[in-house]
Write a new protein. Sequence first.
Length: 269
Amino acid sequence: MNKKTILITGASTGIGRTTALHFQRQGWNVIATMRSPENETELAETPNVLVTKLDVTDEASIDAAVAEGIAQFGQIDVLLNNAGYGAYGPLEAFSMEKIKRQFDTNVIGLLAATKAVLPHMRNQKSGFVVNISSIGGQMTFPLGALYHGSKFAVEGLSESLHYELAAFGVKVKIIQPGMIKTDFGGRSFDFVNDEGMSEYQPTVQNLFAAFGNAGSDPSEPQVVADVIWEAVTDGTDTLRYRAGADAVDLLDKRKAEDDETFFADYKPK
């Protein structure tokens, strides 16, 4: 029987990289895609791993990576839509270019990658589309209109897709990580502020205080990789999977509290 194959977007760091290595250790083929594959060494030297270029905002690169992966391994059994980043800050402070970039990466790029693999999965009548959402896809922090808007979109499109793809044997899974020890606070975090907009500054300070508390004990990326593995191997039709103890606690808290009670924790005192 042929080995199964997973294609991962954003595999150069963090969750994507850790998941690539995890699936490879389980005996899978891995198509590890990234914007700058020429900079990758470890994955490029790992057996049964194809490192190739894919920028989710470049449709041609998506099509090329999918075609190369199928040519190399014969099939794609799982698409992991992992590439993304978080834009935070007062909406007024963002240029329209940055607003569009957030949605082009987190939403349009995810849809483009999914659309590119669906003909193949429809033909083989099997497969998984696994979308990395966030606790921020079902709850919000202040100043996250762009990031949360994009992740709420991921939740909605995934939920809808799970109906239509089931018609030909493809399952959709949503992964909801909490705070993870990745570079989300670095290159994957685009914070924009204008200190001249004084009205927003108390909210800015409150946000960083909340993030500091929430990020004091982040989970390792391996926690998410383990949940992704569970999602594609547990044999169930479960749609949503939380990753990290804080994800469980915060989403339970959001579900249990009314809006005003929940919001009070994040408003300037």
